[in-house]
Write a protein that binds this ligand. Structure first.
Ligand SMILES: [Zn+2]
Length: 218
């Protein structure tokens, strides 16, 4: 899953107003932020197999530390603890933990059965990626709802609050469509390097949040 993770991060603003959108995106994308790093370090492994699924040519051979259920529960707890201690906002911390874990749930829906649970445990996956139409429907439904919820739960502080937000929404959607309909990536390393670019979107989301305020806030 890709856009769906961002959809949940955007929607979280409705229930947890204090965490920045940047922190919410960081939480929802935590697993995908880790695996390029772990892949480049040789700790996790993926291969490119065109046609592996209708949507994604990636064969996730081993990624228990970024995408395992138990690992992600641990990351969720650490993430929430770090945020809670820094910000003294435990309600926000709980929602951020939910976002970190939601990544695993959404990926189980999208992936074929390659999502790790615990070391030596079963791998799960419902295989939404076997259908291009189904994948686009779910991704854009989650993303569109999230974008709408964030836009209505906040209002722009200035003109940048409009420009920076909507350019983010459109750019991500275009990148996603290019990845679905474009050629498969040339190498696992290229995938990892491109994946690491996702960190840019975390920074972009922090920028957005500075220029928008929750509705009702002064
Ligand atoms: Zn993922």
């Amino acid at each position: 899953m890709f856009l769906g993770h961002f959809g949940l991060a955007l929607a979280a603003k409705r229930v947890a107003t204090q965490p920045s959108l940047g922190t919410a995106v960081l939480a929802a994308q935590w697993a995908d932020g880790l695996w390029p790093v772990f892949t480049l370090l040789g700790i996790e492994r993926l291969e490119i197999v065109p046609g592996a699924t209708a949507v994604s040519p990636l064969d996730f051979v081993s990624y228990p530390y970024s995408h395992g259920l138990v690992a992600d529960a641990g990351w969720a707890a650490l993430f929430a603890l770090a945020y809670g201690v820094l910000r003294r906002d435990w309600r926000g911390a709980l929602w951020l933990a939910a976002l970190v874990l939601s990544h695993w749930v959404l990926d189980v829906i999208a992936h074929r059965p390659d999502m790790p649970t615990w070391p030596g445990g079963p791998t799960l996956g419902l295989g939404l990626w076997n259908s291009v139409a189904g994948t686009l429907l779910v991704e854009f439904a989650l993303y569109g709802s999230g974008a709408w919820i964030y836009a209505s739960a906040t209002r722009p502080r200035d003109r940048l609050g409009i420009v920076v937000y909507w350019s983010f929404v459109v750019t991500l959607a275009l990148i996603y469509l290019a990845s679905v309909f474009g050629p498969p990536p040339p190498s696992p390393r290229a995938v990892a390097v491109t994946g690491a670019v996702a960190w840019l979107f975390v920074a972009w989301a922090y920028w957005i949040d500075r220029h928008r305020v929750p509705v009702g806030a002064v």
